[in-house]
Write a protein that binds this ligand. Structure first.
Ligand code: T46
Length: 139
């Protein structure tokens, strides 16, 4: 199994005196997947934390289009990364095999997610010890 690390990608933007446009063109950004699904988290309570799961095959690209999120990623093998998303001009690639915990830091925060697959509950691992075990068995 090829293991990839999460990484930040800069999103190109065009600013003028009236505002800004950020443009996600997967080929130009060198996203490591084709987008099959787009969804967004909104109406979120400040201070709450979501996620608490990993995906077996799903790649995602997370963009804080508004507000701020603190993202903790854990590969279940001793590597833990913390990423702050608070600019719509960057996105975070989250490859499969990373446990995530997503804290909502500001009111009216919105997290846009571009995903490589359609929704599939079987792709989730929602129990942390199961995740660590899955990682151990897939080495
Ligand atoms: C992640 C963070 C950033 C669906 O029925 N279809 C969907 O496409 C999605 C995304 C969710 N759901 C259902 C499944 C659950 O019953 O909506 C409920 C909440 O979904 P989930 O547990 O995935 O929610 P979050 O906010 O904890 O996580 C979501 C992503 O799914 C997840 O992969 O990384 O946003």
């Amino acid at each position: 199994m090829i293991r990839e690390s999460p990484r930040i990608i800069q999103i190109s933007e065009i600013r003028d005196s009236t505002g800004s446009i950020a443009i996600v063109e997967p080929d130009q950004l060198d996203l490591p997947f084709s987008i099959k699904r787009v969804y967004y988290l909104f109406d979120l309570d400040q201070g709450t934390t979501r996620g608490f799961h990993a995906h077996k095959e799903l790649f995602q690209f997370l963009i804080a289009v508004q507000g701020e999120f603190h993202i903790k990623l854990d590969n279940g093998r001793g590597m833990v990364k913390s990423v702050i998303l608070r600019s719509p001009s960057i996105g975070l690639v989250v490859p499969p095999g990373w446990w995530r915990e997503i804290a909502v830091m500001k009111v009216n925060s919105v997290l846009l997610v571009l995903a490589s697959e359609e929704y599939c509950e079987n792709d989730y691992i929602r129990d942390y010890p199961d995740f660590v075990n899955w990682q151990r068995l897939s080495s």
